[in-house]
Design a protein around this ligand. Structure first.
Ligand SMILES: C[S@@+](CC[C@H](N)C(=O)[O-])C[C@H]1O[C@@H](n2cnc3c(N)ncnc32)[C@H](O)[C@@H]1O
Length: 335
């Protein structure tokens, strides 16, 4: 957190301040921008797909509040990869797409990746990533890439990679297109061509109903293209959470909020008491499915969520036992 705070102060040409907290005027300014980002990215979603990272106030808010959340989410999931039999990927080369100021890239480095390339269309976000890396003594390879236009093979990112990640970026691609799931699946499928044999694609998305359901649609399309899922569940058919409009699926992990995040959350009227996210881990092309039994314990943390308003007709809590035609994890529905 001190590095993020120092980077934020340098960007606004403030004099150095306390390394671990914001002065009252700074806190008010950051809380306002965090509210704006939160509103625009999670509630109205008017900022999704816009160039908000190029606005210094919003990038600053991202660094101090959303960056630590994304980092912690990715660390949690990457920490579970060895349990899923994916140990290999964390010691190799990683590529982080729609990286922003690189929280997932730092999570990959801290999980053991040797070289990490970050790619984003925002030069401002990439400059922040470069500065954070220099400050931390880490070497990130930085590439400006528009994912909706670039062909992976012609994008100068290099490869092949053991791990390709995309955190909270998928929902920002093709945001106003009716065929967004198809385009996102095709885009991811083409980037999966840069995975080494045995490598993985990790997608993390917000735990909102719409973004989670859209991730499940992309999951189904990738499976229809013959791709193999490693986590959070090993069900091979179309995801049954998509049957009812009111359902979605997300993971929740506990975390120790950094004091600065706690301070900003309180000032902005937000809660980040647990880490909620939707995620998907896909195996490299030509992989085979693994046995559900090995993974049952880990994926039990995935929650089948129901929108209480949309599901008012069927409010009773219920558990659905896994069977051959249901996902392998024990999931439950209820409010
Ligand atoms: C919510 S931020 C996510 C940043 C970081 N990955 C994280 O998990 O916190 C979404 C990022 O997607 C990037 N982005 C949006 N559209 C893009 C596109 N067409 N090509 C490349 N990056 C894009 C934005 O610039 C932004 O940095």
């Amino acid at each position: 957190m001190p590095r993020l705070l120092a980077a934020w102060r340098r960007a606004r040409r403030s004099p150095p301040g306390p390394p671990d907290r914001l002065a009252p005027a700074e806190l008010r300014e950051v809380a306002r921008a965090v509210q704006q980002l939160s509103q625009g990215l999670t509630r109205e979603r008017s900022l999704a797909g816009s160039r908000y990272m190029d606005d210094p106030a919003l990038l600053g808010a991202y660094l101090l509040f959303f960056w630590p959340v994304s980092y912690a989410q990715a660390r949690q999931v990457m920490g579970e990869l060895p349990v899923m039999g994916e140990l290999l990927h964390l010691s190799g080369a990683a590529l982080d797409l729609a990286s922003g100021p690189a929280p997932l890239a730092f999570a990959a480095l801290d999980a053991g990746a040797r070289e990490v390339t970050v790619a984003d269309r925002s030069a401002t976000a990439l400059a922040a990533a470069r500065e954070l890396a220099a400050d931390a003594g880490e070497a990130l390879r930085i590439r400006q890439v528009d994912l909706t236009g670039a062909k992976p093979g012609q994008s100068d990112v290099g490869g092949p990679f053991d791990l390709i990640s995309i955190g909270h970026g998928l929902n920002e691609l093709y945001p106003s297109r009716l065929d967004a799931p198809e385009r996102r699946a095709a885009m991811l499928d083409s980037w999966m061509g840069l995975l080494k044999e045995g490598g993985c694609l990790l997608i993390i998305e917000p735990a909102l109903r719409d973004t989670s359901r859209n991730l499940l649609r992309v999951r189904d399309l990738l499976v229809q293209r013959g791709r193999v899922v490693r986590a959070p569940c090993l069900y091979r058919g179309n995801c049954p959470a998509l049957i009812k409009e009111s359902d979605w699926c997300h993971a929740e992990r506990s975390w120790q909020r950094p004091p600065l995040v706690e301070m900003i959350a309180a000032a902005a009227g937000l809660r980040k008491e647990s880490l909620k996210m939707s995620y998907l881990l896909m195996a490299s092309p030509n992989s085979t499915w693994k046995s559900p039994n090995r993974f049952r314990a880990r994926v039990a943390f995935v929650t089948w969520a129901v929108d209480p308003k949309a599901a008012s007709a069927s409010r009773s809590k219920k558990s659905i036992a896994p069977s051959r035609t249901q996902p392998s994890f024990a999931f439950s529905a209820g409010t």
